[in-house]
Design a binder for this molecule. Sequence first.
Ligand code: ADP
Ligand code: MG
Length: 216
Amino acid sequence: MIFLKSENVSYQNIKTLHNIELTVKKGEKLALIGHSGSGKSTLLKLIYERYSDNTALVPQDYGLVNHLSVYHNVYMGQLNQNSTWYNIVNLVRPWQKPLERISIILSQLQLEDYLFRPVGQLSGGQKQRVAVARSLFQGGNLLLADEPVSSVDEKQSQVVLRQLCNHFSTVVLAMHDTQLALAFCDRIIGLEKGKIVLDQPSHKLASQDLLALYAE
Ligand code: ADP
Ligand code: MG
């Protein structure tokens, strides 16, 4: 599914990822953990560059258009799966089918009251769930999500991660919460200064082990 061999990434001649070797099998659920600046987002972007076909992405900054409604932002998840005329019709005056599908996804994420609300009027946690809803509407074989629950509360984090993990068979999440990473992912990759320093099945790890990766 994902096969990276001796991959290096630099920003302005500063090496950010060093000699990354990573194989992910179909059906695996992976969490990337590590300090801020350790390279999680860069690694997710690298995977997305190599494997963008049939891949849904939840970027760290959500990638939403603030002056457009929740419906329109979520609909954009399927823009490239439909013809131009179908998209134009459904962006101007939505048909029942996408409207129903999007409404169901929104209600699963407790966003049902915001269907035609401009995204710019939502809270940070609500915006983050709109980005999650867009990925669910898009669908695909692989989900790459960059800290998808960083702005939502504990209870909603569980709901969001359950939705994502049920909907996509292969999942790579950058996570800041080690307990949630252990609960929802079956494999943990630890990053430190752009290198993979840990690669273990979750059942062999305790939250305590993972906290060490965050220690200064
Ligand atoms: P994380 O997601 O784990 O916080 P990032 O992948 O965002 O880490 O960043 C890894 C390193 O690369 C950091 O030192 C960061 O400053 C640097 N970096 C990330 N994006 C850019 C960029 N667009 N230009 C220059 N440096 C960057
Ligand atoms: Mg990041």
